[in-house]
Ligand binder design. Structure first.
Ligand code: SAM
Length: 266
């Protein structure tokens, strides 16, 4: 009997019991709250379901229009590929995909652009607005796409909401073709002189705006909190390198409020 136990301890099967620790239960951040993986996915889905119809208006008000400049900066950084396949993950109501489509059209390039999002409510708003784009309801952690089928993978203000971020970044790597580009736009850490003002804006004004405009203070409280608990720029960069991205790096804008991470599958 003891031999069996010893074997199991050696193989790692009952490691935590051997050390007298309870089996570990992984927790995830939902804003400042700690929840299970299933709860995080459910709560995030519920947040975006509630705000879907007011989402774009709130973006304009909350960011004082800056989100449009950040998104233009993001889209202008992307390669132009004639007949390319573009995938915008956590694409919400389709802003990024629409901007990609306009830019390609401007240069008379033809391409296939797909928006993917986990939330049918966000997709419904976007689909009505941009019916010419392709829409797919899927989790960034498990994309219904073939390996090596995408030229440009984008995710804007989405990764922070995803439960298993490393899994999502590996999925990006899997679906990209060799030579394909990964680009992630996210909120980041502000420079110290902006910190106090940014905190006041995030934790006092944004939830109130959410209450007035979207009748949902909690959803916008989550937004501010989720920015604070998201990965640092270096942590995100390490994850990208870990899953295999090369020439990975980042740039920041607006005093560190946002960061643009990019990498290639070579
Ligand atoms: N990319 C859009 C933009 O920049 O306006 C939308 C960003 S919005 C802040 C975050 C989006 O991520 C929501 O539409 C939400 O439904 C989506 N999302 C959250 N978790 C996701 C997941 N696991 N997989 C795919 N999309 C997800």
């Amino acid at each position: 009997m003891w031999d069996g136990w010893l074997q199991e301890i050696k193989s790692g099967k009952i490691k935590s019991m051997a050390k007298g620790q309870p089996p570990s239960k992984k927790v995830f951040d939902f804003g400042f709250e700690k929840v299970s993986a299933a709860e995080k996915t459910e709560k995030v889905t519920h947040v975006f379901e509630r705000v879907a119809t007011r989402y774009d208006l709130m973006n304009d008000v909350m960011s004082l229009g800056l989100h449009r400049l950040w998104k233009n900066w993001f889209v202008e950084s992307l390669p132009l590929r004639h007949e390319g396949v573009y995938l915008d993950v956590a694409g919400g109501t389709g802003d990024i995909a629409k901007a990609i489509s306009e830019r390609l059209t401007h240069f008379r390039f033809h391409a296939h652009i797909t928006v993917s999002d986990i939330n049918p409510a966000m997709i419904a708003v976007g689909q009505k607005r941009y019916p010419h784009l392709s829409w797919v309801c899927s989790n960034a952690e498990d994309l219904p796409l073939e390996d090596h089928s995408v030229d440009v993978y984008t995710i804007a203000f989405g990764l922070r909401n995803v439960t298993h971020r490393e899994k999502a970044i590996s999925e990006a790597y899997r679906v990209l073709r060799p030579g394909g580009k990964f680009a992630c736009l996210e909120f980041s850490q502000v420079i110290p002189p902006l910190q106090k003002l940014y905190d006041f804006y995030s934790f006092h004004l944004i939830p109130r705006m959410g209450e007035w405009i979207a009748q949902d203070k909690e959803a916008y409280q989550y937004l501010s909190e989720s920015i604070r608990t998201f990965l640092t720029r270096e942590e995100l960069l390490s994850l990208m390198r870990k899953v295999g991205f090369e020439r990975a790096g980042y740039e920041t804008s607006t005093g560190g409020i946002v960061a643009l991470h990019t990498g290639y599958k070579l």
